[in-house]
Ligand binder design. Structure first.
Ligand code: NAD
Length: 259
């Protein structure tokens, strides 16, 4: 039990990667606050954790709103005690280039990816201090390494997380709070498969299209897309004491795609 006695707050917790983290952390003894823009998705994951004997709570959270963060952290701390782990997974993407990307899209992307992680960090730090320390993990992307020309808001947001991660790590090291960026490659989830409002996909972009799936597979030297569980296991390592001296760094979990 690597996370016995810990409380984790997982954003995008109703999604594939966040959901896999919630399930894995709970099997390692953590109590998990599953937070998502869509409460029904968070409730499904929390119910699944409970059905397997774990402790979980679902909350509605739009990571772009500071007041929503205050409420989510208060609820989680009241239920389970001080937050020791924060996973900033919530993300968005609009897969259009500079000419087509509107200011509204840009604001959603920067708001969800960058401002959301900033606000989450500010919201949990007092709770982590009360508990004697903690770990914050931001979720990067290949775009944190090689943003390409696809979606300027996604590129700026995911690159920005590099700076935010390093700034957080240095700012709070003396509070025994670590911060790490985990950058996956191509992960088979609704983010790149489905047509969600925060991450729309068409035949042109979805991995439901076998050509798109094969293009991503072929771009991964280890020969397959990642699963949400591949990513969750890396998160478990980083939030556990096995990574006690790791802070401010980036870990890629991409089958070699960024090489
Ligand atoms: N799937 C991939 O190939 C891949 C690769 C690299 C990085 N990522 C990152 O993973 C994250 C997406 O996770 P996933 O792949 O499990 O997809 P997913 O669509 O299953 O999950 C994303 C979750 O985030 C939630 N969300 C969206 N906006 C939110 C907001 N404003 N506040 C709170 N929650 C919000 C959604 O409701 C959803 O449950 C993003 O940060 C994305 O950049 C994904």
């Amino acid at each position: 039990m690597k996370l016995d006695g810990k409380t984790a707050l997982v954003t995008g917790g109703g999604g594939a990667i966040g959901g896999a983290q919630a399930r894995l952390f709970a099997t390692e003894g953590a109590a998990v606050c599953v937070a998502d823009l869509f409460l029904d998705k968070a409730e499904t994951v929390a119910a699944d954790v409970a059905a397997h004997g774990g402790r979980a709570l679902a909350v509605s959270l739009d990571v772009r709103l500071a007041e929503a963060w205050t409420a989510a952290v208060a609820t989680a701390e009241h239920e389970f005690g001080p937050i020791s782990i924060l996973c900033n997974n919530a993300g968005a993407n609009f897969r259009v280039g500079f000419d087509e990307q509107t200011e509204e899209m840009w604001n959603i992307l920067i708001g969800t990816i960058l401002t959301g992680s900033f606000l989450g960090t500010k919201a949990v730090v007092p709770s982590m201090r009360r508990g004697g320390g903690g770990v914050i993990v931001n979720l990067g992307s290949l775009a944190s390494i090689r943003p390409g020309g696809g979606s300027p808001g996604y590129a700026a947001g995911k690159m920005g997380l590099l700076g935010l991660t390093r700034s957080t790590a240095l700012s709070y090291a003396t509070d025994r709070i670590r911060c790490v960026l985990i950058s996956p490659g191509h992960v088979d989830t609704p983010f790149i498969r489905a047509n969600n409002p925060y991450s729309p996909n068409t035949e042109e972009t979805s991995i439901d299209n076998p050509d798109n799936f094969e293009r991503r597979r072929a771009a991964t030297p280890l020969g397959r897309l990642q699963t949400p569980e591949d990513i969750a296991r890396a998160f478990l390592f980083v939030v556990s004491d096995d990574a006690a001296m790791i802070t401010g760094s980036m870990l890629t979990v991409d089958g070699g795609a960024a090489l």
